[in-house]
Design a protein around this ligand. Structure first.
Ligand code: ZN
Length: 125
């Protein structure tokens, strides 16, 4: 895979580790219904930790080299009370799974593109 680059609001994370879990096997074993409108090919891996490598324009609160984990639930909402409380996996408006390694390139690669900085967690936050 080509190395990703961060667009506005995005972050590239240099992967330190990416967990192999049941979801990876579910994704490769299920039919097209699992990934709906985002069919393969994509890189598996939704349990990701690493370091900030590249920040897109407008991203604040992070700098290159920060240790981060990547929230595996990428809600498109970000505004409902579940999203604001950090429980994007229970978003009231998300209709389908949106996650690294499930329709989007995941962490089983040297770098992963995170579409919004709000999906990053740091040890101090
Ligand atoms: Zn929400």
């Amino acid at each position: 895979m080509p190395e990703p680059h961060a667009g506005p609001g995005q972050v590239v994370v240099k992967v330190a580790g990416s967990g192999l879990c049941h979801t990876d096997f579910t994704v490769v074993s299920r039919d097209r219904g699992y990934w709906k409108d985002d069919p393969p090919p994509f890189t598996l891996g939704q349990e990701i930790a690493g370091w900030v490598e590249e920040l897109g324009t407008g991203v604040k609160g992070f700098q290159r080299g920060d240790a981060v984990a990547v929230n595996p639930s990428w809600s498109s909402c970000g505004r409902c009370h579940m999203c604001r409380s950090g429980e994007e996996n229970h978003c009231l408006f998300q209709k389908a799974i949106r996650a690294p390694g499930v329709g989007y390139d995941g962490g089983h690669a040297p770098y992963v593109l995170v579409p919004e900085a709000r999906f990053l967690l740091t040890p101090s936050r």
